[in-house]
Design a protein around this ligand. Structure first.
Ligand code: HEC
Ligand code: HEC
Ligand code: HEC
Length: 469
């Protein structure tokens, strides 16, 4: 008979195993807390920036183009060595709400801590529990961020924070409803709408006097979504705003492409109905920001125009670069957006091939999104392949995109807007190279030069007065 009976060993080990399981369970958080943390991480869209196309969720490595240079997102999985596994709750809070890393270094505001600063302590705690306990650790370190002087000195962000960071948590407005306050909390905080939709000053801080008044997101334009009825979304109903945040589609008004489509697919689409509605309710009440040049709301421009009437019976030039706007439209776009630009209704859930008139993309003064939609197409995660717009970056050259866009704007869109060859060239290349680093370097150089001059003059005066004694 063997001395060690494996069944008996197991029987003896059982109480220890049970004890261990109980202790382990006690150390982990309440499942409700973890669920809430997951929901908040979705509302904050942490995954969008903290994952690269080839990498695992939250493992970082996405390079974010900013006017300071490319900033690489970090690994925020609970890996102790490569991620934030060693972060205490206080350190996690400092990163989220005050822009400080565990080692005390300042974060760059590419991490939207300026918005997350609005979070309340309970939500930070739920997020912490979720990241520490529910996210799978990934053992990779993304490449470091290397910025040009002087931005490579993270300390420079201390001054920036002093000027531009309001790190007081959201304070509810007692004169408003609970729903309004919930919407304001989400829009200003976790959902960080303003980081894209608010224009920035020369130091890349949000211009709070034009909050939600329209901002630049790389090659895309995040339109004015203030409550102004002409420049913003003041003419949209609560239901329309809610539908846009849930699906990215409002027939006769707008569809989401580019970074907004991503934000909806990764984040807003998954929020609860009351939260979506609360955001819409709040958005209807934000301070109106008007652009003097706007004469009518972006979604009200244009009318059905039949491209085929211009094309019919005409010989199509053999040289495609000589094609007219109507011919380009007929050949590339009419199969989906229809001959008269009216699109077509499909299904009952608002999904459709959109009309090009009464479409904000063609109604804004800023025409970058029209060019970007043509270059990149529109790919959504839901809606199926029949609701995908192909990218035309390979089949249409810059000249053709200019001709086609201006034809579309003239017939279906804002007749005061235009697309230029230089604009298409820059957008195709991924945007204007930033001159901010150079500008700051020159400014610093000039400052040092002036300082030396003043110092020289001062010394010279001292020297003169010493001699005249
Ligand atoms: C718009 C992009 C973006 C979003 C959204 C975003 N982050 Fe970040 N985050 C960054 C970047 C970029 C860095 C690195 C910045 C740097 O190196 O200075 C960073 C850094 C961090 C850090 C510091 C980690 C370290 O040690 O370097 C933490 C913690 C963090 N993010 C957590 C979060 C959480 C939690 C969310 C969601 C609630 C989130 N982030 C959403 C871009 C983003
Ligand atoms: C990552 C950047 C980004 C974030 C974050 C973001 N947006 Fe957008 N948003 C855009 C861009 C870019 C567009 C233009 C999309 C298009 O027309 O294809 C847009 C379009 C919109 C539109 C349609 C406006 C119009 O005139 O067509 C609304 C409404 C909107 N966003 C609301 C919001 C709200 C509310 C939030 C926060 C809950 C938010 N966005 C967060 C980038 C962003
Ligand atoms: C295969 C069908 C198809 C073709 C061809 C097509 N589109 Fe689209 N287009 C779509 C779909 C689908 C959407 C938006 C889907 C949605 O609601 O998410 C769209 C959206 C758009 C938008 C709005 C994008 C935004 O971000 O707001 C514009 C502008 C547009 N198309 C212009 C064009 C032009 C110009 C052409 C020709 C060069 C063209 N489309 C060809 C299917 C197509």
């Amino acid at each position: 008979m063997p001395i060690i009976n494996s069944a008996r060993v197991r029987a003896c080990a059982l109480p220890f195993l049970l004890l261990w399981a109980t202790l382990a369970y006690a150390a982990s958080s309440d499942p409700m807390l973890l669920k809430r943390g997951e929901y908040l991480a979705t509302a904050g869209d942490c995954i969008a920036c903290h994952s690269s196309a080839a990498g695992k969720p939250f493992a970082g490595g996405l390079s974010l183009a900013t006017p300071l240079g490319a900033i690489v997102s970090t690994n925020i999985t609970p890996s102790k060595e490569h991620g934030i596994g060693h972060y205490t709750l206080e350190q996690f809070d400092a990163a989220l709400r005050h822009g400080k890393r565990a080692d005390g270094a300042y974060l760059y505001p590419a991490m939207p801590y300026t918005a997350y600063a609005q979070l309340n302590g309970e939500d930070v705690q739920a997020l912490y529990a979720y990241f520490m306990e529910s996210v799978t650790p990934v053992e990779v370190t993304p490449p470091p961020t290397v910025l040009p002087f002087p931005f490579n000195i993270r300390w420079s962000m201390a001054g920036w924070n002093l000027l531009f960071l309001n790190d007081k948590p959201f304070v509810p407005d007692q004169s408003k409803s609970v729903e309004w306050n919930r919407g304001a909390y989400l829009v200003q905080g976790l959902a960080h709408c303003s980081t894209c939709h608010t224009p920035r000053n020369i130091l890349m801080a949000e211009d709070s006097s034009r909050s939600l008044g329209g901002g630049v997101v790389g090659t895309w334009y995040a339109p004015n979504i203030s409550s102004d009825a002409i420049s913003g979304i003041g003419a949209w109903s609560v239901d329309e705003i809610a539908a846009y945040l849930r699906t990215g589609r409002v027939a006769g008004k707008a569809q989401a492409g580019g970074p907004m489509a991503e934000a909806i697919d990764n984040s807003f689409r998954h929020l609860s109905d009351p939260d979506i509605k609360a955001m819409a309710v709040y958005l209807r009440t934000t301070p109106a920001v008007r652009d003097a040049a706007d004469t009518q709301a972006a979604h009200t421009w244009g009318q059905p125009v039949a491209a085929y009437e211009e094309v019919r019976g005409m010989e199509v030039p053999a040289d495609e670069s000589k094609w007219s706007g109507a011919q380009l439209y007929d050949a590339n776009c009419a199969s989906c957006h229809n001959a008269r630009g009216e699109g077509s209704a499909m299904g009952g859930n608002g999904a459709a091939l959109p009309s090009l008139f009464h479409n904000t993309t063609l109604g804004h003064a800023n025409t970058n999104n029209l060019v970007m939609a043509i270059l990149e197409g529109v790919q959504r995660k839901e809606g199926g392949p029949e609701l995908t717009m192909p990218a035309f970056d390979r089949s249409l050259n810059d000249e053709q995109i200019v001709t086609l866009s201006n034809y579309l704007l003239h017939n279906y869109g804002n007749t005061a807007s235009q697309v230029m060859a230089q604009q298409v060239k820059v957008l195709r290349a991924g945007g204007e190279p930033s001159s901010l680093a150079l500008a700051v370097q020159i400014a610093l150089g000039v400052a040092v030069f002036i300082l030396l001059l003043v110092l020289g003059w001062f010394l010279w005066r001292r020297f003169r007065s010493a001699r005249s004694l």
